[in-house]
Design a protein around this ligand. Structure first.
Ligand code: ATR
Length: 272
């Protein structure tokens, strides 16, 4: 049977095996997809072992996305821009790397009928999570894309990668009196319960607020947005399933239906 893995450290919390198992059942494919805890200095070895044991592909999560990028023989344009890889494809001795996070985010937004074309998008954060979605957002032809970050230089570095699109880089303070249609939180601030230094006026101007993080309860960012009356408030569970669906498509050429899998995950999350 074709072998697939998700490599990470830690990895016990990963929902990827369950998601891909559901995709395989749904699309009548036989695959063995498991999570594998990899020691920090053993990533390359783990990949080689998988290839030697009928491995056809893998997902890569923290902290190995940059190591995966370095290991690949060939990379997609998105992976090159992100400097990171979350999907590996093994074919005829070649390791091909791609990143599906951005497509996962965009598909989830479009699934919720959020308009991206001609919209003013604000992306909060300039770490790996933000970097991984910029190209996919630009491909939706927004009116503007602004990146706001606590450390301005990191936002500027990302913006500089897209000379053709004129991505704006600002501090949080500089967004204070600006308005946007869609605001996406790609910072890790919420993980520690911290709220972002974004003005109520700016937040309330959006029709959609999206947090790449998800949990049983709404994140601080989404709670704030809801209180301010933002119409559409979405967490990152759909992005998780969306990026998995895109990886699955890269491996099998089949697009699974994300809806039933999302329903199952949401129910699991609420029951835990
Ligand atoms: P990830 O891979 O999840 O993106 P990361 O590369 O460490 O993780 O990036 C974390 C992002 O969250 C950064 O944009 C960080 O801002 P800085 O670049 O200024 O460090 C942002 N971040 C984390 N905690 C924050 C907080 N309390 N307030 C504002 N931004 C925060």
């Amino acid at each position: 049977m074709d072998q697939f893995r998700v490599f990470g450290n830690p990895i016990a919390q990963s929902k990827s095996p369950s998601i891909h198992q559901q995709f395989a059942i749904q699309t009548k494919q036989s695959m063995n997809y498991q999570s594998e805890l990899v020691e920090l200095d053993k990533f390359d070895l783990a990949v080689q072992n998988l290839i030697a044991n009928n491995g056809k592909g893998a997902n890569v999560t923290a902290p190995f996305k940059e190591q995966a990028f370095a290991l690949c023989d060939q990379l997609s344009k998105k992976a090159k821009l992100a400097g990171a890889v979350n999907t590996l494809i093994f074919s005829q001795g070649v390791i091909y790397g791609d990143t599906t996070d951005g497509i996962g985010l965009v598909h989830d937004l479009l699934r919720h009928r959020v308009k991206l074309r001609d919209s003013k998008i604000l992306l909060l954060g300039a770490g790996g999570a933000a970097k991984g979605v910029v190209q996919a957002l630009i491909e939706q032809a927004p009116q503007s894309l602004t990146i706001a970050n606590r450390t301005l230089s990191k936002a500027k570095n990302i913006a500089d990668q897209y000379p053709k699109f004129d991505v704006r880089a600002l501090t949080f303070e500089e967004t204070e009196h600006l308005s946007f249609d869609v605001i996406i939180n790609a910072t890790s601030a919420g993980l520690s319960g911290a709220s972002l230094p974004i003005s109520s006026q700016t937040l309330a101007s959006a029709n959609t607020c999206y947090d790449m993080v998800y949990g049983k309860k709404p994140t601080v960012f989404l709670k704030q947005a809801k209180q301010l009356g933002v119409e559409c408030v979405l967490d990152g569970l759909g992005m998780l399933v969306g990026q998995a669906a895109e990886s699955y498509y890269l491996w099998t050429n089949i697009r699974p239906d994300v809806e039933p899998v999302l329903t199952m995950l949401r129910a699991e999350l609420n029951n835990n």
